[in-house]
Design a protein around this ligand. Sequence first.
Ligand SMILES: C[S@@+](CC[C@H](N)C(=O)[O-])C[C@H]1O[C@@H](n2cnc3c(N)ncnc32)[C@H](O)[C@@H]1O
Length: 172
Amino acid sequence: MYYEIIFVTLRNIKTSKNVNIKDLSLKIYNTKEIDNYRDYNPTDPYLLARIFTFLANNYNLDQMGFIDFGAGKGRVITYAYNYNFNFNFNFKKIIGIEFAEELFKESITNLAGLSDNKTPPTLIHMDATLFDIRDELNVFYFFNPFIGDVIKEVLKNIDKSYLSKQRDLLIV
Ligand SMILES: C[S@@+](CC[C@H](N)C(=O)[O-])C[C@H]1O[C@@H](n2cnc3c(N)ncnc32)[C@H](O)[C@@H]1O
């Protein structure tokens, strides 16, 4: 809670409130998989700081592409783009995929509130299983977005992308 308050106070973005998946308009590819989709809850700011500090300390992020599967209101994407209290992250590419229309729109608003000279992240409104994983992507972020056949499908797509271009991959 302490970290959440600091996080919200320092950044001008609204990402805290949880949302039940049943209250959202979903752009679903396969309606049979509805039970596999998870609600919106943002990543805990303390965890976020630890993850990104680890990445910045151990990898050349300017050589890497980052993707958040189930980007929600954009908390992780905005962090990857604009976190510069201790580090200045410079991912080569940042992508957020979100299939709930309401959350996708909020992520656009949240991102628009950040001013930076870097190339902005790409936010995509689609079902993650349909996303064709390009070889510029290496860091795959999942904060409990889906389970079952949906996660299997996305992992299969990552595998296919790796086989077409072998490179270091990180699954967070
Ligand atoms: C637990 S939230 C994580 C939000 C964000 N990544 C974060 O860490 O702050 C999971 C998100 O995944 C989205 N989601 C679930 N299934 C999805 C799918 N098949 N395609 C795209 N987004 C999906 C939900 O709408 C929700 O916003």
